[in-house]
Write a protein that binds this ligand. Structure first.
Ligand SMILES: [Fe+2]
Length: 600
């Protein structure tokens, strides 16, 4: 049986020698197909996979040892051609699928993983290459202007007054500077030694001047920051159609190369018309301003987000309620008394809509050199992130308990701690470059830091998902505690989280469970229990009185007791008639029903 060791011994770590092996694999696979010897498929496919795996490994090593050169680039291109269309698999898969679908699924998945790793290696090479060409140009090293903006997500960060001059200055200085690490490089240093020095240098400059940290980060990140561990926190897909096919439980990060199929509307913003969207450069902006009408009007999130976002569901619910009321108000047969009630109800809903958290649509304008330090997005929200102009570089670390504990320790001591969390997690970082036109989808709870190498305009949104409730509650409780201890500002947290959750449970979750019918799925039962446990000890939720909150909880509890005796539930009134199915229109609905019955 062949394995990686065999391949390595055969080619003596010589990447060129591998090409000959691949040729032989190709011939034998074609031969098997001609002869119809599909039973030998496993050995043939295994050969192919081993070849791709070893080739990736050798190319990665060569990259570390010799840097980028044309030969390396050609070999990688060849590998991509061999792996991506997977001609060898295409020969077998359709024939085998009829007999063994499971086997085909596994094989296709394995191939996807390998193609993904090749794509990442290409990205790494392109970045290293751009550094190399800058180096070769030997351009003048200009100083980075004072204090590049630190970006607080999700935020509306705008360039300072006299913005254009500053933007160009920062951009030029970053793009044309000669990579110059502020540490001594010894000829004998291994790549790992240089990484150590890079991290130590970053840590040292963290508490000194922002510009020093940013410059060190910019110059060294592509070479030293990314871990060499075999990480697979993200997948690259071509477009929205591929994303929808592969997203499944949204367990990993996705980088979508084109907006096609995402069903998202992107406003046509650039640096020339930016003021039309965010106001004039000298106009003061708040950090979080999600109400700019033009952005709101011209920007709609991807369909996936519309489907998953709890807050968007809530917003749609209230919108339809308002539409319903408007229609009733237009009805000339409605009595004056009823009209007054309808208007009161309308006002109440409008006030509620106004208060709903607005994190699902935002615009970020960042100067080149902006850096957002390691964090988890507030309340462990999921996020989508579309780059309209410029480029963003994310470094992400996996969602493990260990990583979270490191983060917890840092956050709790963030005002006094001297060390840099990025260094503690140095073996965890995976680099994701998001270029103009691309969209990243990041599920709940990933630790990340963001660097902006070019002036950038981004649209995006943070959203809560029922699938990630556990993470949302866990991080919100942690953040509430940080706010209570005055370590974190209230504005940095998800606004009105507990209010929004009570509101969601009352208006969306409970009616949905009732409409879905019984018996309940395990997933739904788990969510009900989680809501009960968390809301019983919920944080501040002043939208509802104590009695109203208890009523919501009681309705939640009744869902589980009903699920255990679902036969009884069949006799229950339908949700629309149920007293426990109150929504924010409940009083009016009851009044109307009384009125209707008295009329009849
Ligand atoms: Fe973030």
């Amino acid at each position: 049986m062949l394995n990686e060791k065999w391949f390595l011994e055969s080619v003596e770590n010589d990447i060129d020698g591998l090409a000959e092996i691949q040729k032989r694999i190709c011939v034998s696979m074609e031969q098997l197909e001609i002869e119809g010897k599909y039973e030998k498929k496993e050995a043939a496919v295994k050969h192919h996979f081993e070849y791709v795996r070893v080739a990736i490994k050798l190319l990665t090593e060569d990259l570390g040892l010799y840097g980028v050169n044309d030969h390396l680039r050609d070999l990688l291109k060849m590998l991509r051609v061999i792996a991506e269309p997977a001609p060898y698999l295409k020969v077998f898969i359709p024939v085998i699928r009829e007999k063994n679908e499971e086997w085909c699924d596994v094989i296709e998945k394995e191939n996807d993983i390998l193609v993904n790793r090749i794509q990442k290696l290409e990205l790494k090479i392109s970045k290293k290459n751009s550094h190399l060409s800058i180096d070769q140009k030997n351009m003048n090293n200009k100083d980075v202007p004072d204090q590049p903006q630190l970006e607080t997500p999700p935020s509306l960060t705008v360039p300072p007054t006299n913005s254009q001059g500053n933007l160009e200055q920062v951009e030029n200085s970053l793009v044309t500077s000669v990579p110059e690490m502020n540490f001594e490089i010894n000829g004998q240093d291994s790549l790992e030694d240089l990484r150590q020095k890079f991290f130590m240098n970053l840590e040292k400059s963290l508490h000194q001047q922002n510009q020093q940290f940013t410059k060190c980060f910019f110059d060294g990140e592509a070479t030293y920051l990314q871990s060499d561990n075999d990480l697979s926190n993200y997948k690259i897909v071509k477009n929205g159609y591929e994303f929808e096919t592969q997203v499944k439980d949204f367990e990993t990060i996705f980088l979508v190369e084109s907006t096609e199929g995402l069903k998202m509307t992107v406003p046509k913003i650039d640096f020339d018309n930016l003021s039309e969207y965010v106001g004039k450069p000298d106009e003061k902006q708040t950090m979080i301003d999600c109400t700019r009408k033009r952005v709101q009007k011209e920007f709609s999130p991807p369909e996936f987000v519309e489907r998953k976002s709890m807050m968007l569901h809530l917003r749609k619910f209230f919108d339809s309620k308002l539409e319903e009321i408007s229609k009733k108000l237009e009805n000339t047969e409605v009595s004056e008394e009823m009209k007054n009630d309808l208007n009161l109800e309308k006002k109440k809903i409008e006030e509620r809509v106004q208060k709903l958290p607005k994190h699902d649509k935002y615009l970020i304008v960042s100067m080149a050199g902006s850096f957002c330090n390691v964090h988890i997005d507030f309340s462990a929200t999921s996020v989508f992130y579309h780059v309209i102009v410029g480029k963003k570089i994310f470094y992400v670390a996996e969602r493990t308990e260990e990583n979270f504990e490191i983060y917890r320790k840092y956050e709790e001591n963030r005002l006094t701690i001297e060390t840099w969390i990025g260094k503690d997690l140095k073996d965890e970082w995976e680099r994701i470059e998001i270029n103009a036109g691309q969209t990243a989808f990041i599920p709940a709870g990933f630790l990340h830091m963001v660097f902006t190498p070019e002036n950038s305009i981004v649209i995006g949104g943070n959203f809560l998902q029922e699938e990630f409730l556990k993470s949302h509650f866990k991080l919100t409780r942690f953040e509430d505690e940080l706010v209570r201890r005055e370590i974190q500002r209230k504005e940095e947290a998800f606004q009105d989280f507990w209010n929004a959750i009570f509101c969601y449970v009352k208006n969306i979750f409970i009616p949905k469970v009732k409409n879905d019918g019984y018996p309940l799925t395990v997933e739904t039962t788990d969510r009900i229990s989680l809501f009960i446990n968390e809301l019983e000890n919920g944080g501040k939720a002043e939208w509802y009185s104590l009695t109203e909150k208890e009523e919501i909880l009681q309705n939640l509890r009744s869902l589980t007791s009903t699920s255990t005796s679902h036969i009884d539930s069949l006799k229950r009134p339908t949700p629309s008639n149920s007293e426990t199915n109150d929504d924010d229109e409940s009083i009016l609905s009851k009044k109307q029903k009384l009125c209707e019955s008295s009329q009849s």
